[in-house]
Design a binder for this molecule. Sequence first.
Ligand SMILES: Cc1cn([C@H]2C[C@H](O)[C@@H](COP(=O)(O)OP(=O)(O)O[C@H]3O[C@@H](C)C(=O)[C@@H](O)[C@H]3O)O2)c(=O)[nH]c1=O
Length: 180
Amino acid sequence: MRTLRTSIADVLLIEPRVFGDVRGFFLESFNQRGWEEATGLQTRFVQDNHSRSVRGTLRGLHYQVHRPQGKLVRVVSGEVFDVAVDLRRSSPDFGKWVGAHLSAENMRQMWIPEGFAHGFLVLSEVADFLYKATDYYCPEHERCIAWNDPDLGIEWPIEGQPLVSAKDAAGGSFRIAETY
Ligand SMILES: Cc1cn([C@H]2C[C@H](O)[C@@H](COP(=O)(O)OP(=O)(O)O[C@H]3O[C@@H](C)C(=O)[C@@H](O)[C@H]3O)O2)c(=O)[nH]c1=O
């Protein structure tokens, strides 16, 4: 695997090694030892998630206060624009966002450390989104910042309104968000 830095130092893009042959391909989607060697992180994942969404769906921007989750995310069918927002007050990148196209074709993964809000927009007809998380889902600690928060100014590749859940439509503003 290859790790690429992004404009926010702790957010990484990961390119797994892909072995193609006449049958198709093989890749290791996660390898604990390879992960530790490549990132220097002693990460322990405790939950794997899978969501499927139709074109124009936007999920986010989500995070958990008190029980933050680091997330290793990837797409196995379709394409999304994936975004991480730094919510760590002590970080030089506090309030900054970084986005990347993740697709079944480019097989890229994004590492979003604890202390970030996360969201993605579906750019294909359908997208299957898989991710590993470093802590369990805790609805009581779950928070949502509005995807179109003017202070964050995320440049989503969309014209018009995305399809969002009722919870996400009620997302709060970054200015008064609980941060880390
Ligand atoms: C996230 C999650 C949801 N659920 C349930 C709660 C609810 O009934 C249903 C759908 O939940 P949501 O609408 O919150 O799902 P979704 O909007 O896909 O939430 C996810 O969004 C992305 C952007 C993230 O970063 C994730 O951490 C997570 O917050 O699934 C779980 O049981 N476990 C989980 O870990």
